[in-house]
Design a protein around this ligand. Structure first.
Ligand SMILES: [Zn+2]
Length: 309
């Protein structure tokens, strides 16, 4: 077979003889290249047209995966929150029961002891930075939990306080020399009460665990009840301190003394002079820091110093 190519530029037509093997291969090569080129172009075109849709589809499936994941997390959070709320509800229920009991006890004690309001008023919530109704809804469960824990601690301490008061008041008729009664010093004035207050040295709000009675330097300090001296020496912050165990669960502590006049193991009688007022330990001036402990818990000494034998 022969192909004759006629061109205007050329006077003589060009003849391609397909019987020629080399030429046949060359032609085949050209045709194959053309076919391949067309295929590649088609594929490229198809890809260019289909690609935005494909990409969108991939993105959608990715988003769907994310939504599914977030839904799972939300479900877990909801379950966690529910569990925390359940725990808080149980805690609150316990606190409410305790509060009711404390109120009843407080009323009874106030009637029995004719205590003045203010210091032992149980109708009002304790003055601590706790849950405020106006901001409560913004609190995180953890913060709420911490507040409730603090409230629970406060209740525990109040309960001890009430137990001590109850024992003090209900046994008031029994004139016991073993019960802390009256002031440890004559004269002076109460310069700081028991309770939460800003620390005079670092300003942090902390529990002031006793009563401060300001009196002149060297004033005699008396034992407020009969008992046995369990400690007479230096304690950090307290300076020269005397501790007396009175039995019946009571212990008293007298701090910041200049001189100690008793020694551990010594029996002391009611009103016995045990030390002299000073300024040892953490103190801004001469005073006696007086603590009353009942069954291992420090309590407000006010009712004791105000009571009489
Ligand atoms: Zn003090």
């Amino acid at each position: 077979m022969q192909i004759i190519l006629v061109s205007r530029a050329r006077k003589v037509p060009k003849t391609l003889d397909l019987a020629d093997r080399r030429l046949r291969w060359r032609l085949l090569g050209v045709v194959a290249a053309a076919v391949l080129g067309c295929a590649a172009l088609g594929a490229g075109l198809a890809l260019a047209v289909a690609s935005p849709r494909g990409r969108a589809l991939t993105e959608i499936s990715h988003l769907r995966q994310q939504v599914k994941q977030q839904n799972g997390q939300l479900g877990k959070m909801r379950r966690d929150a529910q569990r925390q709320l359940d725990a808080l509800a149980v805690k609150l229920g316990q606190l409410q029961a305790q509060s009711t009991r404390l109120n009843a006890l407080g009323e009874r004690l106030a009637q029995v002891g004719k205590l003045d309001n203010g210091e032992f008023n149980f109708d009002q919530p304790p003055p601590v930075g706790g849950v405020d109704d106006s901001t409560g809804s913004y609190m995180l469960p953890q913060a709420l939990g911490a507040s409730i824990d603090q409230l629970a601690k406060q209740f525990d301490s109040q309960q001890t306080q009430l137990d001590a008061l109850q024992s003090l008041l209900l046994n008031a008729r029994i004139d016991s020399d073993l019960k802390p009664t009256g002031m440890p010093v004559h004269g002076g004035y109460i310069s700081s009460y028991f309770g939460m207050r800003p620390d005079p040295f670092n300003g942090r709000v902390e529990l002031h665990s006793g009563l401060d009675i300001a009196v002149p330097y060297g004033t005699p300090v008396h034992a407020v009840a009969e008992g046995m001296v369990t400690f007479a020496g230096v304690r950090r912050g307290y300076g020269n301190v005397v501790e007396i165990d009175h039995g019946n669960g009571y212990m008293t502590r007298y701090a910041h003394n200049s001189v100690l006049l008793v020694h551990p193991g010594e029996r002391v009688s009611v009103g016995q002079v045990i030390s002299k007022v000073g300024m040892t330990g953490r103190t801004t001036g001469p005073h006696v820091h007086f603590e009353v402990w009942y069954k291992g818990h420090v309590v407000n000494p006010l009712a004791y110093v105000r009571s009489h034998r």
